[in-house]
Design a protein around this ligand. Sequence first.
Ligand code: ADP
Ligand code: MG
Length: 589
Amino acid sequence: MQSRLPILVFAFVMAAIPFVPGMPPFWIVLLDNIGLSALVAMGLVLLTGVGGLTSFGQAAFVGFGAYTTALLTTAYGLSPWLTLPLSLVVSGLLAVLLGLVTVRLSGHYLPLGTLAWGLGLFYLFSKLEVLGRNDGISAIPPLSIGSFRMLSPGSIYFAIWVAVILSALLTMNLLDSRTGRAIRALRRGHVAAEAFGVHTPRAKLLVFIHAAVLAGLSGWLYAHLQRAVNPTPFGAQAGIEYLFIAVVGGAGYVWGGVLGAAIVVVLKEVLQSYLPLILPGSGQVETIVFGIMLVALLQLAPGGVWPWLMSFLPERSGGRKPDTSLKLEQRPRASGEASILLQVEKARKQFGGVVAVNNVSFDVQAREIVALIGPNGAGKSTTFNLITGVLSATSGSISVLGRKVDRAPPQEIVKLGISRTFQHVKLVPDMTVLENVAIGAHLRGHSGPVAAMLRLDRADEAKLLAEAARQIERVGLTDQMHQLAGSLSLGQQRIVEIARALCVDPLLLLLDEPAAGLRHMEKQQLAKLLRDLRDGGMSVLLVEHDMGFVMNLADRIVVLDFGTKIAEGTPATIKTNPEVIKAYLGVAA
Ligand code: ADP
Ligand code: MG
């Protein structure tokens, strides 16, 4: 959680600027423009920098915000304060429509898609009679409060910067929440996030809407600053420039959007005013010089200027330890006699001609540790993916507590109390261990994005973080709680994944090669933890190559070879099974 003091200081400085004696009015105009661009760039930070969805089309949303208020205040005489929510709603609704189509695109198709609607909407603005075609709409009324009319750049300045600072606060609040963690996992960890109940398409649509509403707000302010709108500033070129601003400032950081806007607006202004003095009569030179300077800037600070500047500040000491006395509700557990928790019946998975899992059947009982072993490529991880809904079986069926879960998506499987780790670690490297682990408790929290922005989620959030901290403590990583997950050793990252899986409060824990990369002592600690979990009522299904580890730990072993189950039994019987020795264990020691 960040301190809010720097923002207060910033707000105070911005509020004081217009009152500085001798402040050139022109600077205020520049600051207005910076604020307007910053709003759009801030949306792009969430969309592109954090969410990984590149959009060249944000200028269209600015246009929708601007035209909505322009039309409604001039043709229908509505008050600008009434058109403010309408401008935001129109931009937001458009984002829902475009987002539903666009966010399903992947790779290069997504940015191309946004470019396409950026161009399309620009032509819509310039062709619609009601929007004044290329001439646009003029004589837009100014914003006013009582008899105070914001006619000058110096008076609307306050409205613009209140909007920027409030938007920055709300956006930062959003990122620092349950929903925020889901958003931050979109770019590099969506498979893992889905395994803990995050609806990736919903999270993508949410950032789309958030970015569009911020752009719409910028458009609404722009219309009342200029008091006239025409299609030019809402075209694809502006869309590209907004993206540029976010990237230059630091696309992963809310304040990067503001800083990027300042850099680009000021640089363009300086070049336009001074370059003709140095190179008289050279029309387009400033565009070229502008491009070169931005490329140079990105060479210097590839992640953007904001994180580059921040790297000079002394490192902040880690966050506070959550109050672990707070408790989340626990899943009811069947007590008493053994029950079949997981039943895999003739599960089969084919990838083209490869039969990765070939009619495999086995079960896991309550309070049992089952190991799934076999050579590389035997189909162990694929079996995990079938159980957890990452892949759906070609045939056969899987039941949890007697309920068939064939074709259920990962988000539904985890609700039944099955959680997992991944053979190839899937953590969000630029999130702390605590935040990564808290994703595991996603389904046990209930606060949505609006509550998060308004900070009404704090009680809910404190419980989620407490649960995460408790599980981190349980796996022995308390000292690393506030470090970035990406800075841990691979072995530790596997343990972080176990803590995350434990946050589900699972009935069954699926661990894919949890001991790989661990030292001897760490393996012993892990074995003890897993035994404790079993004795506490949990079941574990694990894939592991370290035979010493497996033989000492497992109650039962299932052996796969080329996708087929070749043996099943207690460690003692598996150790001496001739088929298993031939296929996997090698000559018996
Ligand atoms: P294990 O975890 O036992 O080492 P896997 O389950 O990862 O084995 O793989 C089993 C087989 O399925 C291998 O031959 C692998 O190449 C193949 N396979 C796994 N995932 C895919 C995929 N997504 N597409 C095609 N083939 C796959
Ligand atoms: Mg595997």
